[in-house]
Design a protein around this ligand. Structure first.
Ligand code: HEM
Length: 352
């Protein structure tokens, strides 16, 4: 998400949790990505109490049991793509492995397997799907098309379910549909892609961590939490001290940054925060946020990552970095990857 520079950033773990709950002082009533869209992403950019109406209508599609129903498909997607990646000539991890995996899994969850190829063609970021210059054209063309289709569609896919949602006694409008479908497509893509790519990158640099997990698969869930903390795939989101709806003039210094990343490296909560400790005993990271806007897709991300890690463990592959162009975060987070602009891995041993 592209966000205007905040005049203040909340960094400390306890203070951030407090602020994320205090939606009166720190409002989400703001328009993000103003360069590429002119509507709210829902429920992300709406405050309680209205936020709650959307959130509770969407929640049933994202609860743990709803996602767990797709585990066998996630597993077969992971095994096939991991095997294919390491058995082929070296290639880029994101287009060859992590992006297709995330999109195939999303196709299963949303019951839209027919869209997977199109979603992959957009690349990891929907706003730069067509060129380096940010634009909403590709996403909006797709959303216009599926809205028409969803209205007349009786099949049980996510878009027809959403197009027929009733909020506060009224069927949702096309703009609301855009706001919901847009965030469901954009929110769960580059974040999960970064998580899965970061896992592969870490094991290439520290194969002993993968070896240890192979000997103790009980540690998989803890390991996922530590990858989520260390990588913090969504590092910061803004709030506004002056809700934007219905106002003509707004102070330019109204934005306050909620730094999930700073909180995840708060030394008063996490010992040696810059070390990736896959056995970290207590890990109250804020990678999925906190409070009413806590990530709706957290079970998707956690379950996908778990199944992916199981597939890596079972594959018996070990790998190293063949080439990389990793952009790291600015100081003090210079050890944490921000963007994998290029990453090629190569298998060094196959113990099968
Ligand atoms: C590793 C993967 C992910 C990370 C790190 C992540 C992170 C976050 C964070 C930090 C927030 C809170 C934003 C705020 O407070 O302003 C959030 C909200 C949200 N996320 Fe995720 N997310 C991930 C995956 C997903 C997936 C897979 C989906 C769905 C397909 C998703 C959909 C959403 C939605 C709809 C919201 C808004 C919730 C609300 O406002 O009530 N996310 N995410």
């Amino acid at each position: 998400m592209s966000q205007p520079k905040a005049s203040k950033i909340i960094k400390e773990h306890a203070e951030l949790r407090k602020a994320l709950r205090d939606t009166d002082t720190y409002s989400s009533d703001l328009q993000g990505d103003a360069d590429v869209r002119d509507y709210r992403q829902i429920p992300l950019e709406i405050d309680p109490p209205r936020h709650h109406l959307y959130r509770s209508a969407l929640a049933p599609y994202f609860v743990k049991p709803a996602i767990e129903r797709h585990i066998s498909e996630f597993r077969s997607n992971s095994i096939t793509l991991v095997d294919r990646y390491f058995n082929s000539d070296p290639s880029e991890v994101i287009p060859s492995l992590s992006l297709p995996l995330v999109m195939q899994n999303l196709g299963a969850i949303y019951n839209r397997p027919q869209d997977v190829k199109e979603w992959i063609s957009w690349g990891p970021d929907v706003w730069t799907a067509e060129s380096e210059v940010r634009s909403g054209d590709v996403l909006h063309r797709y959303l216009d098309r599926i809205y028409e289709e969803a209205l007349s569609n009786t099949s049980k896919d996510i878009w027809s379910e959403i197009a027929h949602l009733v909020i506060d006694g009224k069927k949702i409008t096309e703009v609301e549909f855009r706001g919901i479908a847009g965030v469901l497509l954009a929110g769960g893509r580059d974040t999960v892609v970064k998580l899965l790519t970061g896992i592969l990158w870490h094991f290439a640099r520290k194969p002993e961590d993968l070896k240890e997990l192979r000997g103790n698969t009980q540690g998989i869930s803890e390991a996922i939490q530590e990858f989520l903390r260390f990588l913090t795939p969504l590092p910061l989101m803004n709030r506004t001290t002056v809700p934007e709806s219905g106002r003509d003039s707004l102070p330019p210094d109204r934005y306050v940054g909620m730094s999930f990343m700073s909180a995840n490296f708060d030394e008063s909560v996490f010992e040696n925060p810059f070390s990736v400790d896959l056995k970290r005993p207590r890990n109250p990271h804020l990678s999925f946020g906190f409070g009413p806007h806590t990530c709706l897709g957290n079970h998707i991300a956690e379950i996908e990552a778990k199944v992916f890690l199981e597939a890596l463990i079972q594959s018996q592959f070990t790998w190293q970095i063949r080439s990389e162009d990793t952009k790291f975060h600015d100081s003090p987070f210079g050890l944490v990857p921000d963007q994998f602009r290029s990453l090629q891995l190569v298998a060094i041993a196959n113990a099968r």
